[in-house]
Ligand binder design. Structure first.
Ligand SMILES: Cc1cc2nc3c(=O)[nH]c(=O)nc-3n(C[C@H](O)[C@H](O)[C@H](O)COP(=O)(O)O)c2cc1C
Length: 352
C-alpha cells in the first residue's frame, strides 16, 4: 500500500532516519519538461527549518533524479528519485524506543508489525511526504500543459479562521507569509498563536483550503472512482489529516435546496457555467468545469515538548518527556503537500 494512483502512479519509500526518502513515478506522459528548479522549490516549501513556525530540523532536501529523464524531458519511462536524509539526531529518540507517544503512530505500528523504527517516527514520519511533493510537482508540470492550476493556503490555525471566500483573497500572496496565509493580518495572528503555543511546549491544529482551477468538465469515474472520493482518499492519507470537505461540505446540512442549488446558465462566450458553486466543482462524482475546492483539517501534532502520561511496550503506566525538534503546527508545511496530492489525483483522472 505504498503506491498511489491509477495511470499516474507514485510509489514511495523511506523512513525518517534511514538512508533516504524516494520514489518511483510511473505513467507520467513523455515530453514534459522536468523543471528541476520548480520541483526543488516545491520541496523547499515542505522542508524543515524554513521558519520559526515549523520544526528546526535542518535539511536541504536536495532531490536527485535517477531515471526517466533525457535531455531535460520525461521519456514515458519510470522516473526514479531520492532525497538523502542528513540531520537525523537519532539519539533524540532513544527514550521513545520503549514507550508510545499519545496520539502518534508508535502503538499501532508496534502492535501491527511487532517491530518499528522508532527513530523520528520511522515510516509514520511526515518526512515520507517528500515523495508526494516530488510526485505532485511533476504532476503540476504536466497539468500546466492542460492549463490546470492548483493553489492551496492556510485558512485556519486554532481559532484564527479566514472567513473570506477564496475569490476575495490575493492567491498570489500565499507565499509572502511564513504560515502560507494570503491575508497578512490573519497571518500575523496565526503566527502569534503558533509562537505562544510553541513557548508552552504545546501544538495546535488548523485547516488547509485547496482550489483546482481550469479542470475541464468530465473528470471522475462513477460509481467508486468519484472525483471527490479520490481527492478525499488522497487528502486523508496525509499525516495528521483528520477531516475533508469539498464545496459547501458539512455546512450544507443546514440549508434548503432552494438556497444552495447551483443554477446553470450560458456565459457570453458560450460556455455552460453555474451562477454559484456550492457543489465545489463536482456533481455526481464528475467535474463540471467550475473551480474544484475543498478543505482539509489537520490535528495538532501529537509530540508535545512537555510531560504526558502513557504506557510502555510492556503495558506499564509511565510518563513520557520528549526532546528534539517537532512542528508546533503542521499546517504551514502541509499546504504544499495538499497541493501535491491534489495535482496527482487531477492528473491521474485527466489521463483516465
Ligand atoms: C508537514 C507535517 C509535519 C508533521 N510534523 C510532526 C511533528 O513534528 N511531530 C508529530 O508528532 N507529528 C507530526 N506530524 C504528524 C504525524 O506524522 C502524524 O500525526 C502521525 O504519523 C500519526 O498519524 P495520524 O495523526 O494521521 O493518525 C506532521 C504531519 C505533517 C503533515
Amino acid at each position: 500500500m505504498n503506491s498511489f494512483g491509477n495511470i499516474f502512479r507514485l510509489t514511495s519509500f523511506g523512513e525518517s532516519h534511514g538512508e533516504a526518502i524516494g520514489g518511483v513515478i510511473d505513467g507520467c506522459p513523455a515530453g514534459i519538461y522536468l523543471d528541476k528548479e520548480f520541483i526543488q522549490k516545491e520541496l523547499d516549501k515542505r522542508k524543515p527549518g524554513q521558519s520559526d513556525f515549523v520544526t528546526s530540523r535542518k535539511e536541504e532536501d536536495r532531490i536527485e533524479f535517477l531515471s526517466g529523464v533525457y535531455d531535460g524531458k520525461t521519456t514515458g519511462t519510470p522516473i526514479g528519485f531520492l532525497v538523502r536524509n542528513e540531520d537525523q539526531h537519532s539519539s533524540d529518540y532513544d527514550n521513545l524506543k520503549d514507550v508510545y507517544r499519545p496520539s502518534h503512530a508508535d502503538y499501532t505500528y508496534q502492535t501491527k508489525y511487532g517491530i518499528r523504527d522508532h527513530r523520528g517516527g520511522g515510516r509514520s514520519s511526515a518526512r515520507e511526504t517528500i515523495s508526494r511533493i516530488a510526485g505532485g510537482a511533476v504532476a503540476q508540470l504536466a497539468l500546466e500543459k492542460a492549463n490546470i492550476r492548483i493553489v492551496a493556503y492556510a485558512s485556519q490555525i486554532g481559532h484564527i479562521s479566514l472567513d473570506r471566500h477564496y475569490s476575495e483573497l490575493d492567491l498570489e500572496a500565499i507565499e509572502t507569509t511564513p504560515v502560507r496565509c494570503p491575508d497578512t493580518e490573519a497571518a500575523k495572528k496565526m503566527m502569534d498563536l503558533i509562537q505562544q503555543v510553541k513557548k508552552e511546549g504545546d501544538t495546535i491544529g488548523g485547516v488547509v483550503t485547496c482550489i483546482c482551477k481550469g479542470v475541464p468538465a468530465g473528470l471522475g469515474e462513477p460509481v467508486f472512482g468519484k472525483l471527490h472520493a479520490a481527492l478525499g482518499s488522497a487528502m486523508l492519507s496525509i499525516n495528521a489529516a483528520k477531516g475533508f470537505e469539498y464545496g459547501m461540505g458539512f455546512a450544507g446540512a443546514q440549508y434548503r435546496g432552494s438556497e444552495v442549488n447551483d443554477i446553470f446558465y450560458r456565459r457570453t462566450d458560450g460556455k455552460i457555467a453555474t451562477k454559484t458553486n456550492y457543489s465545489g466543482g463536482i456533481q455526481g462524482g464528475i467535474s463540471n468545469g467550475e473551480d474544484i475546492y475543498f478543505r482539509v483539517a489537520f490535528k495538532p501534532a501529537a509530540t508535545l515538548l512537555r510531560e504526558q502520561q502513557t504506557i510502555d511496550i510492556h503495558g506499564n503506566n509511565t510518563v513520557i518527556n520528549v526532546h528534539g525538534r517537532h512542528d508546533p503546527c503542521v499546517v504551514p508545511r502541509a499546504v504544499p503537500i495538499v497541493k501535491a496530492m491534489a495535482a496527482m489525483v487531477i492528473l491521474d483522472y485527466y489521463l483516465i
